[in-house]
Design a protein around this ligand. Structure first.
Ligand SMILES: Nc1ncnc2c1ncn2[C@@H]1O[C@H](COP(=O)(O)OP(=O)(O)OP(=O)(O)O)[C@@H](O)[C@H]1O
Ligand SMILES: [Mg+2]
Length: 138
């Protein structure tokens, strides 16, 4: 359990994960709106050595960030209407591919998340406090 007291601290936590990430890793992120998932991804991508600008995919299903040690595939299931859209896109090719995948709102289609994923939950404490918890494997 990690308590973040600022956006900076959440970004720093993401950076630490990004520095340690390996090809094929999958991070399933869950937590309410504004809980800090995207801020974490920002730090993560920077930690992998990419200078890419991180924003949540909204009109597309994923953002791909290059320029770092390994490519990053950033999904956000919040606006994904059904799992078929993900399957058509070839979701499995990404999560079993040679990049690192980060999936916001992963619990919306939790059955699509591979068992080797690391689940991280984000909870809102007070205005500037967020609780980040690495959950036991499912
Ligand atoms: N300790 C903190 N860590 C991260 N964000 C914080 C923190 N304290 C306040 N915030 C604010 O909370 C918001 C987090 O936004 P972010 O987009 O990362 O959330 P999210 O979990 O991705 O939400 P969504 O489900 O809408 O995608 C930002 O507006 C940020 O300024
Ligand atoms: Mg987000």
């Amino acid at each position: 359990m990690f308590i973040s007291n600022s956006v900076k601290e959440t970004i720093a936590a993401g950076r630490t994960y990004g520095e340690q990430a390996r090809r094929g890793d999958v991070f399933a992120l869950r937590g309410d709106l504004g809980a800090g998932k995207t801020q974490f991804v920002k730090g993560f991508v920077a930690g992998l050595g990419s200078k890419a600008d991180v924003t949540s995919p909204t009109f597309v299903l994923l953002h791909e960030y290059g320029g770092g040690r390994v490519p990053v595939y950033h999904f956000d299931f919040y606006r994904v209407e059904n799992r078929d859209a993900l399957l058509r896109l070839g979701f499995d090719d990404y999560v079993f591919g040679d990049g690192v995948s980060l999936i916001e709102w992963a619990d919306r289609y939790g059955d699509l998340i591979p068992s080797h994923a690391t689940w991280l939950s984000f909870e809102v404490g007070d205005e500037n406090t967020r609780l980040i918890n690495e959950e036991a494997p499912r």
